[in-house]
Design a protein around this ligand. Structure first.
Ligand code: URA
Length: 226
C-alpha cells in the first residue's frame, strides 16, 4: 500500500469512529481526485478488460462462452503465460481452472507461492474449438492484449508455459527442451520457459525437469524482487 493510501485509510477510519458512516466534507478537506484505495494496475487492468471483453477480431469470438482475460494479483512480480483457455476455462471465464491448472497450483505451493501471489493469463483469450492449436492469425490478433497486460502489470519475471507462449513472446521456434535451458529478456523482464502443466499430465517423465525449472523460477524471482 502506498503512503498516500495509508493516510487516506487512517483518515477515513478516524472520521468513521467520530461520525459513523457518513463522510462530512467541508472546505478544509480535499481529497485529490486521483487518490484511490485500489492499487493503480488493478484499475487500469480492469478498465482494459472492460474495453476488450467483447472482442470479435477473430472467429473465436463467435464460438467462445467466455472471454478469459486473466486472473490473480494485478501487482504481481510473477506473470505466468499459457496457451489458450480449455473447456473449463471457457465455461468459467478464468484461466487454468481445469486439471492442468490444479497441477500448476500444486507446483506453485511447492515453491511457496499461491495463485493470489501471481498473475496468470494466456496468449489467446478465447478457446479454440476442441482445444485445437491456436492459428498464427489468431495469435497475431490477440497478442497485443497480452502485451498490454504485461505493460500494465510490469512483472519482475515472466514464465511461459509451453511452446506456444514461448514462441509468441520470444519469437523463438525451437523445441521446448532446448528453450527451457536459458533465461531470456522480454522487454527487459527476465523470462523463464518451462513445460505446460498439461504436458506434465501427459508425460510424467517431464516432471523432474519441470521441477528444476520451477526452482530456477523461484530463484530468479527472489533475485529480481530483491
Ligand atoms: N491451458 C492453457 O494454456 N491455458 C488455460 O487457461 C488452461 C489450459
Amino acid at each position: 500500500m502506498s503512503p498516500v493510501d495509508d493516510s487516506v485509510r487512517r483518515y477515513l477510519k478516524q472520521t468513521q469512529e467520530l461520525f459513523g458512516d457518513t463522510l462530512y466534507l467541508d472546505g478544509t478537506v480535499s481529497i485529490p481526485e486521483q487518490i484511490s484505495m485500489t492499487p493503480e494496475p488493478a484499475i487500469k487492468l480492469s478498465a482494459f478488460h472492460e474495453q476488450i471483453r467483447h472482442c470479435e477480431k477473430c472467429a473465436l469470438g463467435k464460438t467462445r462462452t467466455n472471454f478469459v482475460f486473466g486472473d490473480g494479483n494485478d501487482n504481481a512480480d510473477l506473470v505466468f503465460v499459457g496457451e489458450a483457455p480449455g473447456k473449463q476455462e471457457d465455461l468459467l471465464g478464468i484461466p487454468f481452472v481445469g486439471r492442468a491448472g490444479k497441477l500448476l497450483d500444486r507446483i506453485l505451493e511447492a515453491i511457496n507461492l499461491k495463485r493470489s501471489d501471481i498473475y496468470i493469463c494466456n496468449v489467446l483469450k478465447c478457446r479454440p474449438p476442441n482445444n485445437r492449436d491456436p492459428l498464427a492469425g489468431e495469435i497475431e490478433l490477440c497478442e497485443p492484449y497480452l502485451q498490454t497486460q504485461l505493460e500494465l502489470i510490469k512483472p519482475k519475471v515472466i514464465i511461459t508455459l509451453g511452446r506456444v507462449a514461448a514462441k509468441t513472446l520470444l519469437r523463438l521456434d525451437l523445441p521446448l527442451g532446448q528453450m527451457r535451458k536459458n533465461t531470456y529478456l522480454y522487454h527487459g523482464i527476465d523470462t523463464v520457459v518451462t513445460y505446460h502443466p498439461a504436458a506434465l499430465l501427459r508425460n510424467p517423465n517431464l516432471k523432474k525437469p519441470a521441477w528444476e525449472d520451477f526452482q530456477r523460477i523461484r530463484d530468479t524471482y527472489l533475485i529480481a524482487a530483491g
